[in-house]
Design a protein around this ligand. Structure first.
Ligand code: PLP
Length: 372
């Protein structure tokens, strides 16, 4: 049989474990609107992530929109084009104007040396992304934000459970957004959360995610509906129990990948930051065609032919999307453009086998001599 290795497989608890978790929902008939499972997950995540406040959301994207809207931002937002569609869409859909800053070629996060030159009197916020779990230069970003009185909202969709210098990474900035989509390292089927330190935001976000309804007769805000339901929260409680196990499995696979690909010239692996405790969410490789003798697209097709499904993540670059390209020029973010054309993520999920990792790496090793 021809091999077929997906790029991702959602992790799941045992069927029995999930059934036990959702049984009380039949007894209470409370299906959504901050029920028992929802509240239990919110409080467990707070402890687990080491962050002061967590507000669960229907998904990460709506969380990000709600964050921008709750802070009542207006004007321009400095962000990165090297991300998932959601980051930029959330900014635009909140009536704000994205201004794209290039990324650094080392870990693909926003280039902090280029942020200040993009600040104008209309700039209200910075929305950086912890790409592939690579943590942004949070200290410099904080410095710049303080100096220019800007809000910082992190797209931390890839940073679940990570720490930086021993501290939970979700405490940086004004708000951090998490995604718990089925494809993420930790998921609730669909879901997400906002993490923050400001006590004043607790009530504001509580209202904003439920139509702004304060009590039976008072609607205080033009809110949305971004609540997490009980079934998703139940999945989240199950997956949280197994998260450490997930990390250990992925860590072993990532280390094997690293070992087997270390002698492939021109295949750049994700940098390791000794200050960061990683979550091993993705395994990106960047192909330097001059050194490999083949392009990302050629290797991507070659892998596909051999039954290995990689993902061109992130490609195309956001400023090249049909819906943005008339307004933006991707040549203004040349590093992001180059990385986007040369990066792909390789299969990584809990029950990926070592045998499959060896097989995938053998495809790279067979082509190692192409440049010679
Ligand atoms: C997944 C993801 C999102 C969106 O999260 P959803 O929960 O799918 O809405 C936003 N930004 C990044 C970087 C992501 O990877």
């Amino acid at each position: 049989m021809k091999k077929s290795i997906p790029v991702i497989k959602s992790s799941l608890p045992s069927f029995e474990e999930f059934i036990e978790e959702i049984r009380p929902i039949w007894e209470s008939r409370w299906l959504t609107n901050m029920g028992a499972k929802h509240n239990e997950l919110e409080s467990k995540l707070k402890d687990f992530l080491g962050v002061k406040h967590v507000s669960l959301m229907v998904n990460g994207h709506q969380g990000l929109e709600l964050a921008l809207q709750t802070l009542k931002l207006k004007g321009e937002v400095i962000t990165t084009p090297f991300t998932f569609a959601s980051t930029t869409h959330a900014i635009v859909r909140s009536g704000l104007k994205p201004v794209f800053c290039d990324i650094n070629p080392d870990n693909y996060t926003i280039d902090v040396d280029k942020i200040e030159s993009l600040i104008t009197d209309k700039t209200c916020a910075i929305v950086p992304v912890h790409v592939y779990g690579n943590i942004c230069d949070v200290e410099r970003i904080e410095e710049i934000a303080k100096k220019h009185n800007l809000k910082v909202i992190y797209d931390a969709a890839h940073a679940f459970g990570e720490t930086y210098k021993g501290k939970g990474v979700l405490g940086f900035g004004d708000i951090s957004m998490l995604s718990f989509h089925a494809t993420k390292v930790y998921h609730t089927i669909e879901g997400g959360a906002l993490c923050y330190n400001d006590d004043d935001l607790v009530q504001k976000l509580f209202l904003m995610r439920d139509f702004g309804i304060l009590d039976e007769e008072t609607v205080a805000e033009v809110g949305s509906n971004t609540k997490m339901n009980e079934f998703c929260a139940a999945m989240g409680l199950c997956n949280l129990r197994h998260f450490d196990e997930t990390i250990q499995k992925r860590k072993a696979l990532v280390n094997l990948y690293r070992d087997l690909l270390k002698d492939c010239p021109g295949v750049k692996l994700n940098p390791v930051n000794p200050d960061v405790e990683e979550n091993y969410c993705y395994f990106p490789v960047v192909i330097d065609e001059e050194k490999t003798g083949y392009s990302r697209d050629e290797m991507f097709a070659n892998l596909k032919e051999k039954g290995v499904n990689a993902r061109k993540y992130f490609y195309p670059l956001i400023n090249d999307f049909d819906c943005y390209k008339d307004e933006y020029d991707s040549n203004e973010t040349p590093i992001a453009k180059r990385i986007s054309k040369s990066v792909m993520t390789l299969p990584l999920y809990d029950d990926l086998t070592e045998e499959d990792v060896r097989y995938i790496c053998s495809v790279f090793n067979e082509w190692k001599s192409k440049a010679l």
